[in-house]
Design a protein around this ligand. Structure first.
Ligand SMILES: [Zn+2]
Length: 276
């Protein structure tokens, strides 16, 4: 008899744990994979957090969040109507990235000079501050459209290790196209950064698509919008260039959810951009 009580208690504990593991929303876009954006609906919570970052939730219980390049799990917390906070740790599916080791380089090719480093740090700070902005003037709509026609020449997550020093991973999608090729807004947005001269990224622009989702356009030859302007999906926003540190003309297109850099290629409906 004693054994059956134990068995009963264990099975009750398991079923309670299973009940507690249910996520309090439905997934309407994306998946739990590194670099994804997950769009959610029917989130019945006053407040919710992914890895302690607060979600922006609209009145219909819709929201979204991004998953880091190297995440192995994410912690979802939410506060119910009574104020009680619940927590679930959800697994994230790993991807493999293109890692290139290059050795035997002269050291001056590996490290930029100190004045450049200072300017690069300042540029990165400006971009990082815009990414963290929580104003929410646009309703996000997924999937996005490709912002430009051309050929993919660089992918999310790739990384070079120069003389044994790992460099910052490549977080954007590169689309090669001739200088002057038009760049269009991939969805409705507000322009949140226009900088005509950054060291690495050249003429640089950022759009806010709502709920923390932002996009960045790098190496442009021209920027056709001004800071604060609202743009609609398909509107001309700039032209492809090779300003800043670029070996050839291309658009570097990056997406982020606050400071989490996600894979733009997972936010569009087709694997390739339209051909030129
Ligand atoms: Zn790039």
């Amino acid at each position: 008899m004693k054994k059956s009580w134990v068995t009963l208690l264990v099975s009750m504990a398991i079923s309670m744990a299973a009940f507690a593991q249910e996520l309090p929303f439905t997934v309407v876009y994306g998946d739990f994979v590194q670099g994804s954006v997950v769009g959610i609906a029917s989130l019945h919570a006053k407040k919710a957090w992914v890895n302690d970052k607060a979600l922006i939730i609209n009145d219909d219980g819709e929201s979204l969040f991004g998953i880091d390049r190297d995440a192995s799990s994410l912690t979802f917390r939410w506060q119910d109507g009574t104020g009680k906070v619940h927590e679930i740790v959800h697994a994230v599916v790993a991807r493999s990235y293109d890692i290139q080791h290059i050795n035997g380089l002269p050291n001056n090719k590996v490290n930029p000079n100190p004045q450049e480093v200072a300017k690069i740090i300042e540029n990165n700070k400006e971009i990082a501050q815009v990414r963290l902005k929580r104003e929410n003037t646009v309703h996000p709509a997924l999937p996005l459209d490709w912002p430009v026609s051309g050929r993919i020449s660089g992918v999310y997550g790739s990384q070079r290790i120069l003389n044994g020093q790992p460099r910052r991973p490549h977080f954007g999608v590169d689309i090669a196209a001739p200088i002057g090729t038009p760049v269009y807004a991939p969805a409705d947005a507000q322009v949140v950064l226009v900088n005509p001269d950054m060291v690495l990224t050249g003429k640089t622009m950022m759009l806010d698509h709502g709920m923390g989702l932002k996009s960045i356009y790098v190496h442009l030859s021209e920027i056709d919008v001004h800071n604060g302007e609202h743009v609609v999906r398909g509107q001309l926003i700039g032209h492809v260039g090779k300003t800043g540190r670029a070996t050839g003309p291309h658009l570097h297109w990056g997406m982020s959810w606050f400071d989490v850099q996600v894979d733009a290629a997972k936010l569009v409906a087709t694997a390739q951009p339209p051909a030129l």
